[in-house]
Ligand binder design. Structure first.
Ligand code: M6R
Length: 359
């Protein structure tokens, strides 16, 4: 049940310290990644990696793609619904990673079937043990987030992203020409602090105040770069899904190529700072601010961008790879509180289903 919470979504946001701890448990030992499903050498024959996913899972897959690219692995991320035409050349040295919470999303299953038929090796990264995606791929890697009831995916996004971060480094370690990312040791060390840091965000968040302050806005924009772009897209998807308000996510640099025409005093711009490309994000935020938009920085307390912003959602200091996940928790809370103020049916938004079983 929902226990002390009014909505499953709230409960699931708050349960992330526990779900993340489960995701990580036993998978990093003495600074080494250990995935029981994939012993060292499992991916030695892989030339390229394609991610396929929909919605929130696509944003987690963007994490995977970004990390593999950093590791010099040939990789791409595809919207599962476009995979048939976007996949490009595939053979038995292609690894296709399907990211799907439910394991039942029709578009994602169609992409898996297409990849299987074309001889690729397939892996499902999923929450549901024994789901169709788990059964129809060569291997499954479970994210262990526990059941998610709210239609809006929350805890499963963080668990997917962490699972993919570990999987990508396992893949990179096996591929001869790949380079595990520079500061892998620091990344793995800070990962153990992530559950506690999420707890801090949940307990100290001022997202409810900001949701109230900006509730009358005409639209809500979210910008970021690199991993922060995935977070911006995810922030906007969550916001539109449960508030029914117009929300959009952009790479910060794209703002000036069109969307800036929409920016006014009535369009707050939530700017995600992850510690990668931050100066550019700040420049882009300032461009929006000079057109009157309130800027909400989602960044560590002592970040240089905070001072010039109009409002701030704080995240603890961590490795750049995890910063976006902390920022995302703030944005989950923002969406939740805005939807709550508006009296929306948060756990079951209109027109949507928890898993979309039609193509
Ligand atoms: O079960 P899946 O992860 O395959 O679902 C994919 C999307 O339908 C899902 O993430 C959807 O976008 C969420 N409702 C977003 O909160």
């Amino acid at each position: 049940g929902k226990g002390e919470y009014d909505h499953y979504m709230r409960k699931e946001i708050h349960s992330q310290p526990t779900s993340l701890a489960n995701t990580i448990e036993g998978r990093v030992t003495d600074g080494e990644i250990e995935l029981a499903e994939f012993p060292a050498g499992t991916f030695a024959d892989v030339d390229d990696v394609q991610f396929v996913a929909c919605g929130t899972s696509y944003h987690a897959a963007m994490y995977g793609e970004w990390l593999l690219r950093e590791a010099d692995v040939r990789t791409a991320v595809h919207r599962a619904s476009e995979y048939e035409s976007s996949a490009g050349p595939i053979d038995e040295r292609t690894l296709v990673v399907a990211v799907t919470q439910s394991g039942e999303t029709a578009d994602t299953l169609a992409a898996v079937r297409s990849a299987n038929a074309r001889g690729a090796r397939t892996v499902a990264v999923t929450n549901v043990v024994g789901s169709t995606a788990a059964r129809e791929t060569d291997d499954a890697l479970y994210i262990r987030a526990g059941p998610e009831i709210g239609v809006a995916a929350t805890k499963t996004f963080s668990s997917q992203s962490v699972t993919l971060a570990l999987l990508t480094q396992r893949i990179a370690a096996d591929i001869p020409d790949a380079q595990p990312i520079d500061d892998l040791d620091a990344m793995l060390e800070t990962l153990s602090d992530l559950p506690e840091q999420v707890e801090t965000v949940v307990e100290t968040s001022r997202a409810a105040d900001l949701a109230e302050r900006y509730l009358e806005s005409r639209a809500f924009f979210f910008i970021g770069r690199g991993l922060g772009h995935a977070v911006a897209l995810e922030g906007a998807l969550k916001f539109k899904e449960i508030t029914y308000e117009h929300a959009e996510g952009f790479t910060a640099g794209e703002l000036k190529h069109g969307p800036l025409a929409l920016v006014t005093e009535a369009t707050p711009v939530f700017s995600v700072f992850t510690g990668g490309g931050d100066e550019a994000v700040q420049t882009n935020a300032t461009e929006a601010q000079s057109r009157g938009a309130p800027i909400v920085t989602v960044a560590p307390e002592d970040h240089p961008a905070v001072e010039s912003g109009d409002a701030h959602l704080s995240i603890p200091d961590t490795h750049p790879v995890w910063a976006g996940l902390l920022a995302n928790v703030q944005l989950q809370l923002l969406s939740y509180h805005a939807a709550n103020e508006l009296g929306r049916p948060i756990d079951k938004p209109r027109n949507l289903a928890k898993s979309v079983t039609v193509e």
